[in-house]
Design a protein around this ligand. Structure first.
Ligand code: 5GP
Ligand code: ZN
Length: 114
């Protein structure tokens, strides 16, 4: 989508520390990391948030989770564990309206989140 920062990264038009890419998802480092390791898994297709996910997106979302796990393993945060977050819309704290999973690890996480 025009003007969407994550669509620009998916298209290869904006620089990003890409960790994984295929035709369905792209994983890249978050520019403002909240943990020693913090990356995002975004859908290649522009879906604004989890609120717009539809029946038929099951395989895409499952694939995004498998990629999150695979990249977490490559970064060495699988064994000790990690936090996975999907902020949805305004009260969920979402700031970029393109569906993405946050994966954070390398430090002890606390609960509940703020
Ligand atoms: P949200 O607040 O929507 O859940 O998360 C958006 C995340 O994207 C934030 O953690 C923010 O640091 C990250 N972010 C925003 N713009 C960019 C960008 O242009 N490149 C990268 N790599 N990360 C971004
Ligand atoms: Zn987008």
């Amino acid at each position: 989508m025009n003007g969407c920062p994550f669509c620009s990264i998916v298209a290869g038009e904006a620089p990003a520390g890409v960790l994984y890419r295929d035709d369905r998802v792209v994983a890249f480092k978050d520019t403002n990391p909240q943990a020693p390791e913090h990356f995002l898994v975004v859908t290649a297709r522009h879906i604004p948030s989890l609120a717009e996910v539809e029946s038929g997106d099951e395989e895409l979302l499952g694939h995004a989770l498998v990629v999150a796990r695979k990249v977490a393993q490559e970064l060495g945060i699988l064994e000790r564990g990690f936090r996975l977050v999907a902020n949805c819309r305004r009260q969920g704290g979402q700031t970029v309206p393109h569906l993405h999973l946050h994966v954070m690890g390398g430090r002890q996480m606390t609960w509940p989140p703020g």
